[in-house]
Design a protein around this ligand. Structure first.
Ligand code: URA
Length: 477
């Protein structure tokens, strides 16, 4: 057995692993020991202890995918004393041509993913739940201290995060296994438990009293949902949070009757005259979404790759309005680039209406679909989704120079004229719409769905004729 001693960190393991690979050491022939582990369990008689730093052998030159490199790096922070031998096994398999080790479908791959995921979660938690307390100025630097107990070895990662975000203030984060100290310029990491004790009691914080008062006042017992509270702020983090000390009492007051009366007492104690308002009017004004990418007006964004905005010159006088992006549009982020788009391109060529001269968009900007085997099947958007998305369509109608709108299919038509408007009643007619005109026609996908060649040609011809009519209306007004 070869015993390889390393520091308990990724860089040290990586250097030693590359040398072990160069020596073709099989995973089962190595025992990885960290300095701490070595002190607890010295090498046995017959073991060969190797010092990677003193090795004359050149490290192996290997290439791993970016994704695998990130997984290894994250999984290296997973608290498990077997992590180094496991990571070496993964690297060994990869360098010996077994690429499946980087797949979650592989047993080792799945373990690697699970470890990396747990570490990423711990990183997120640490950023979310570390609370710095301001120290009394008289105590000198550091100005802020925090105590935190991470589930995995994410202190170094989180310290980099805070160093980049807390300007030049000095701070110290202590954990059960070490501490990170930032003096306003330089970050220092200590694997020293004593540091934690050094600063355990110096947490006088004027802002904390204010924060507790604020927290108490915004805590509404009538709206308390204990499950949601514990999900968002798991109990194991409470002890590190100033408000953590308040929560049990607030929750027990809520259970003991405060839930029914809510904040009535504190609200009732306010001066002034009570004014009755309708529930609707009592809703806070919501800001409009700042960009289509961030739109959450309906839930279609959850399963779409991205929102697909309209495309074409903003001063185009003709707008072609489809229903919603399809599978390929969703992936590419552009309207009408899939099979329906090809048919439409063809129709536009026949109508001598170049694509570059029209503005193409959809009534609904996210792809609505349902799974069918490995495929994503188009699903017609509902009225609520069309209405939610009309916010964006109205903006396009105002902000582009479109005078004539060719609606492709029933959804586009109802998005403008309401759900009672039928395609049959409007097909190929010119209908005034404010200072604009609508010309309704079939959706190109309807033509694609027709198996009979003659019926398909008839539908395409109707689309071509609507496009010609739109060009005519535009030219004449
Ligand atoms: N169908 C539509 O209605 N719009 C597209 O962008 C693509 C297919």
């Amino acid at each position: 057995m070869h015993v390889i001693e390393i520091e308990d960190d990724f860089d040290s393991w990586r250097s030693a692993a590359l040398i072990a690979l160069a020596k073709e050491r099989a995973p089962e022939s190595i025992e990885w020991r960290t300095a701490e582990g070595a002190a607890q369990a010295p090498a046995l008689f017959g073991d060969v202890v190797e010092d990677a730093a003193a090795s004359e052998v050149k490290p192996a030159q290997i290439r791993v995918s970016k994704e695998l490199a990130a997984l290894l790096k994250d999984a290296a922070c997973f608290r498990d004393e077997r992590r180094w031998s496991f990571l070496y096994l993964v690297l060994w398999r990869w360098t010996h041509g077994d690429r499946s080790v980087a797949s979650p479908a592989d047993e080792d791959g799945a373990r690697l993913y699970k470890m990396a995921k747990a570490v990423r979660r711990a990183q997120h938690d640490m950023i979310a739940y570390v609370r710095f307390r301001q120290r009394d100025e008289a105590l000198g630097a550091p100005e802020y201290v925090a105590w935190y107990e991470p589930d995995h070895d994410v202190l170094a990662w989180a310290a980099e995060h805070f160093a980049a975000r807390m300007g030049r203030s000095s701070w110290l984060i202590t954990t059960p296994d070490g501490a990170a100290l930032f003096n306003g310029e330089r970050l220092q990491l200590e694997r020293r438990r004593a540091l934690a004790a050094d600063h355990a009691n110096d947490t006088a914080d004027a802002a904390e009293a204010l924060w507790m008062t604020y927290y108490r006042s915004i805590f509404n017992p009538a709206r308390l949902n204990e499950n949601a509270l514990e999900q968002h702020m798991p109990v194991r983090f409470w002890k590190g949070l100033p408000e953590g000390a308040l929560i049990p009492k607030l929750v027990s007051d809520a259970r003991g009757g405060a839930r029914r009366v809510g904040q009535a007492r504190s609200v009732g104690a306010l001066g002034g005259k009570a004014v009755q308002v309708e529930a609707d009017a009592a809703q806070p004004e919501r800001d409009a979404p700042t960009s289509l990418d961030e739109c959450r007006r309906c839930s279609l964004w959850k399963h779409a790759t991205q929102a697909v905005p309209g495309s074409g010159p903003a001063d185009a006088r003709i707008m072609l309005l489809g229903e919603q992006p399809g599978d390929q549009e969703d992936l590419k982020g552009e309207p009408f680039v899939g099979p329906a788009g090809q048919l439409l391109d063809d129709a536009m060529r026949r109508a001598q209406l170049p694509r570059e001269q029209v503005y193409l968009t959809n009534a609904v900007k996210h792809f609505k679909w349902e799974p069918r085997g490995k495929r994503r099947l188009h699903k017609t958007p509902g009225q609520q989704e069309i209405e939610a998305c009309s916010y964006w369509l109205d903006k396009e109608l105002q902000e582009t120079g479109a005078r004539v709108i060719v609606t492709l299919g029933a959804t586009a038509l109802t998005a403008l004229l309401g759900k009672r408007a039928t395609l049959q009643a409007h097909i190929c007619r010119v209908v005034p719409y404010g200072d604009k005109f609508i010309v309704a026609t079939y959706h190109p996908s309807y033509a694609l769905r027709q198996n009979d060649e003659a019926a398909r040609e008839k539908t395409v011809a109707a689309i071509v004729s609507a496009l010609e009519k739109a060009a005519e209306v535009n030219a004449s007004r």
